[in-house]
Ligand binder design. Structure first.
Ligand code: ADP
Ligand code: MG
Length: 694
């Protein structure tokens, strides 16, 4: 149960004065529904009204505070639309204060004639006169404390005013308790970080732009708290999972020997290295939960296959899961010859299997007659029962949510889990999302690959590009042509591909095929089949071909509106070519003019094919939140930590978490108890639940 000390922070924001259901809904949408969400929202900007120029010195548009004498109120205007004016002055000139829809009694009270007042706001020059429309503050110079010199500015949304937001945060902060220190004392003093409560107060009191930086000591301390909670939670979860022992799997190597003989290539050293890590994991009685990262084309499939054979050698079964039907079928096809050579049974199960045929497959699976079941998420269904599932492989992990990662592992008696991702996740991100797994990397690609000639070309030159495609097709080459998602809309998306399909068909006739997400499964298969066979030379597609598709003969990748894609996605798409020893190219068509960031992003692609460099740069240019589309990727969203700059803090938090677990895995000591509070503070109730009551 969450410690009661945190209750004030986990209350609904409607407990705050001035926040009714309407404002709560708005704040809920931008920031979050609870008090804690408000206190953890760093200001986006700061208003500085500390400048105190004279009226004559102030420049047009300047935000400043003036000490003035109220000379007189002009007679109230006749029309409702006309402004009410109050003329003020200092020794250097006049300043007219302007009010619309004013109540004169109120103004006469706040701006009594003959009295001195501090007025703060934006000064403007109008018809040669200095004026200020609706000053932000009017105060008695005897009580300067009534006016804040600095005000934080928070992210807003329509209907939510800066003032309401500011007040809400102030009130939220009042509910923040003093909490026990969860950070290591030596570490705190080394960095000269203040305690949590003080840091929080400071966070919301910026006085200049520097204070807004994520690199201030205050912000670093708070970011570290968040990262430590993340790392500690992941490690606790991992420890708990390891405790639920798996089984020791070590085949006799017979099937693997046959497979190796059937292979037309030698494994790379990187593949061998990863396989050794995998086999070691499988051999240990602890449950394997390992992520294999390998850039596109690094040869993950064969690694997965050999790992599965290891399990099959012991008489057990394996599952191999792909994010799309196309990919599942392709794995089926590419592994079929190896399976035959090895003498094992491969089967595929997707959403398309229905009725009698499906039942038959399920029966064979339950009877243990199928060694490897390849499939899409259809494998997750409850009716799918294995005879003895020992290892599950998930290919292209980022397409699956965390939820699926869990549900899959409930099949069979604690199967080992091997997760494969083609997205070279920056190390920093991998730690936050996959801290609960071991990570292996396939660090090299098979030899003999030629670099992919990557060019950027404005869309205005599309007719040249089409001519180029025609020439390439005449020479027997194959081309992918990718059209982007249009505003996340499936339908528009399809229109774009269909239009492009029509133009290219009119140029190239039957050699052009089309594939997109709204086609039926069998239709998609037929087209892909034709492309793999070479019956089709140009494949117009949406990003359905993004992951995994392997047509080694394709040598040209054209991506329309490349500027609309993420870097990692472009890299994945480009990875569809250059899969043989033939020379390949990638044309990134963009709509001019390109902004600075877009230019920089496309430039990176031209300069490198190293997925890790691309991913790191993507992180730097876009920030972690955007990187993979957080919702689909299951990556955590941080409020205070910013992984594009806090990478070192993350590494430190990881070491810290490791040490904590070594010393006090039940979090029972003094620091341990404080750390429990930290975990709750960052919503890691899931991790605390794994501990015994403390
Ligand atoms: P990815 O890591 O992108 O999933 P694949 O497993 O699809 O890559 O492999 C890409 C291509 O490289 C396939 O055609 C595969 O047969 C081939 N391949 C894999 N390993 C090697 C190797 N060691 N030497 C040569 N080719 C290899
Ligand atoms: Mg693959």
């Amino acid at each position: 149960m969450r410690p009661t000390i945190l209750n004030p922070l986990f209350a609904d924001i409607t407990v705050l004065p001035g926040i009714g259901p309407k404002i709560a809904a708005l704040i809920g949408r931008v920031i979050g529904p609870r008090v804690v969400d408000l206190i953890f929202m760093p200001p986006a900007n700061v208003i500085d009204r500390s400048a105190r120029p004279t009226i004559a010195e102030a420049s047009h548009g300047q935000l400043a505070t003036f000490l003035v004498t109220v000379d007189h109120h002009n007679p109230p205007p006749k029309g409702r639309r006309l402004p009410y004016k109050v003329v003020c002055s200092d020794e250097t000139g006049f300043l007219t204060l302007i009010f619309f829809h004013a109540r004169s009694e109120y103004l006469l009270k706040t701006l009594p004639e003959g009295k001195k007042r501090l007025v703060s706001g934006k000064i403007e020059e109008f018809n040669g006169e200095r004026q200020m429309v609706h000053p932000d503050y009017i105060t008695d110079p005897e009580k300067p404390e009534d006016m804040p010199l600095y005000e934080p500015v928070y992210p807003l949304t329509a209907g939510l005013s800066a003032g309401v937001m500011r007040k809400s945060v102030v009130n939220a902060l009042k509910r923040a308790p003093e909490l026990p220190e969860w950070q290591d004392a030596a570490w705190l003093s080394k960095h000269q970080w203040v305690d949590w409560h003080a840091a929080l107060e400071e966070l919301h009191k910026p006085t200049n732009q520097t204070d807004l930086s994520p690199l201030t000591p205050i912000r670093k301390r708070l970011a570290y708290d968040e990262l430590l909670a993340n790392q500690l939670a992941l490690m606790l979860i991992r420890k708990a999972r390891i405790k639920t022992t798996g089984r020791a799997i070590a085949g006799n190597g017979s099937l693997r020997a046959k497979a190796n003989k059937a292979l037309t290539f030698d494994l790379t050293n990187a593949q061998k290295h990863v396989l050794k890590e995998v086999f070691d994991d499988m051999k240990s009685p602890e449950r394997m939960v390992r992520l294999v990262q390998g850039d596109v084309g690094s040869g993950k499939t064969i690694v997965a296959f050999l790992a599965m054979l290891n399990a099959i050698e012991t008489g057990a079964q394996a599952a191999f899961m792909s994010p799309t039907e196309i990919l599942a079928r392709q794995h089926m096809e590419s592994l079929a010859p190896l399976a035959t050579a090895t003498g094992i049974t491969l089967e595929i199960l997707t959403g398309r299997d229905k009725g009698q045929a499906r039942n038959e497959k399920l029966q064979r699976l339950a009877a243990g007659e199928i060694d490897i079941l390849i499939g899409t998420h259809a494998i997750f269904q409850e009716t799918v029962v294995f005879h003895d599932l020992a290892i599950a492989v998930i290919d292209e992990q980022h397409r699956f949510g965390v939820h699926q990662r869990i549900s899959l592992t409930q099949k069979g008696p604690r199967p080992d889990l091997l997760v494969m991702t083609a997205t070279p996740i920056p190390r920093t991100l991998a730690l936050t999302a996959y801290g609960d797994m071991e990570v292996s990397q396939i660090t090299e690609k098979p030899p003999g690959r030629k670099p992919i000639d990557t060019r950027t070309i404005p869309l205005s030159r599309i007719s040249d590009v089409i001519e180029g495609v025609k020439r390439a097709v005449a020479k027997g080459e194959q081309v992918y042509w990718v059209c982007p998602l249009v505003e996340e809309s499936d339908i528009l998306d399809v229109t774009a591909v269909e239009e492009r399909f029509e133009t290219l068909k009119s140029e190239l006739g039957d050699r052009v095929g089309i594939v997109h997400g709204r086609m039926s499964g069998p239709d998609k298969d037929a087209v892909m089949e034709n492309f793999f066979d070479g019956a089709i030379s140009v494949l117009i597609a949406t990003t359905v071909i993004e992951v995994g598709v392997n047509a080694p003969n394709a040598t040209i990748m054209i991506i329309e509106h490349a500027e609309r894609f993420g870097l990692a996605q472009l890299h994945q798409l480009r990875g569809r070519v250059g899969r043989s020893d033939k020379k390949s190219s990638c044309l990134l068509l963009y709509k001019a003019p390109l902004g600075e960031t877009a230019t920089a992003r496309l430039k990176i692609l031209r300069e490198t094919e190293d997925g890790f460099i691309i991913a790191e740069e993507d992180l730097r240019l876009r920030g972690a939140g955007d990187l993979l589309g957080a919702a689909q990727s299951g990556f955590p969203q941080f409020k205070l930590a910013d992984l594009s700059v806090h990478g070192e803090l993350l590494a430190a938090a990881r070491d810290d978490a490791k040490m904590i677990i070594e010393r006090d895995i039940e979090l029972k000591g003094e620091r341990g108890k404080a750390l429990r509070v930290l975990l709750y503070l960052f919503n890691r109730d899931d991790a605390v639940k794994l501990l015994s009551a403390g």
